[in-house]
Write a protein that binds this ligand. Structure first.
Ligand SMILES: O=c1ccn([C@H]2C[C@H](O)[C@@H](COP(=O)(O)O)O2)c(=O)[nH]1
Ligand SMILES: [Zn+2]
Length: 187
């Protein structure tokens, strides 16, 4: 942060602060960023996914990330994949971000809501999305697009009329600094 060290600089900054900020993030970046922030809670060593459910009034009604079910200790359950025994593989245990976001809802239901999610939903998540009444999915990565479970997901979302589209963020990075950006410069 620049140090304000002269009266004239102070005046310029004060004038600037009379006007509305123009570099605020838009709703879509905001909701996707919330999904990405939630993903930072994930213990998965390979892929952290976050999801954020938003209603028609742009209010967040649910948020979640991929993790072990409640009561299943993160340290006791496996995080590996392709293990000799499938019982030692995370895929049998991990709750997907989409499911957690829906189950964590703080509203009666998520009908007509939009889900922002870091990864295009798998077939199991697509079923839950459809059944919950979500009508739109905004995703960022489609890394496994051609795998059968993602093709099945699209097939179900298409049949159920759930819209989905890939979001290209306006900015590559959103930084959070735990220091106030506008402290009062004059009394
Ligand atoms: O729809 C989805 C698909 C996957 N996930 C989670 C589940 C796992 O924790 C990772 C995927 O790990 P891989 O190592 O790429 O198999 O992502 C999800 O939350 N939602
Ligand atoms: Zn899934």
């Amino acid at each position: 942060m620049d140090l304000v060290n002269s009266t004239s600089e102070l005046k310029i900054q004060d004038t600037d602060r009379q006007n509305k900020r123009e570099d605020y993030i838009d709703w879509k970046d905001y909701f996707m960023a919330m999904a990405f922030l939630a993903a930072k809670r994930s213990k998965d060593p390979c892929f952290q996914v976050g999801a954020c459910v938003v209603n028609k009034e742009n209010k967040i009604v649910g948020i979640g990330y991929n993790g072990m079910p409640t009561g299943c200790n993160d340290d006791d359950f496996p995080w590996g994949k392709n293990t000799p025994s499938p019982l030692d593989s995370k895929s049998l245990y991990v709750c997907h971000a989409e499911m957690n976001a829906i189950l964590n809802k703080n509203s009666a239901d998520v009908k007509d809501c939009t889900m922002y999610v870091g990864l295009f939903p798998c077939n199991e998540c697509a079923k839950i999305i459809i059944q919950s009444g979500i009508i739109e999915v905004v995703y960022l990565s489609n890394k496994s697009w051609d795998k059968p479970k993602y093709a099945a997901s699209r097939k179900m979302l298409d049949a159920a009329g759930v819209k989905y589209w890939q979001y290209i963020p306006k900015q590559k990075k959103i930084e959070i600094t735990f220091i106030p950006s506008c402290s009062s410069s004059s009394s």
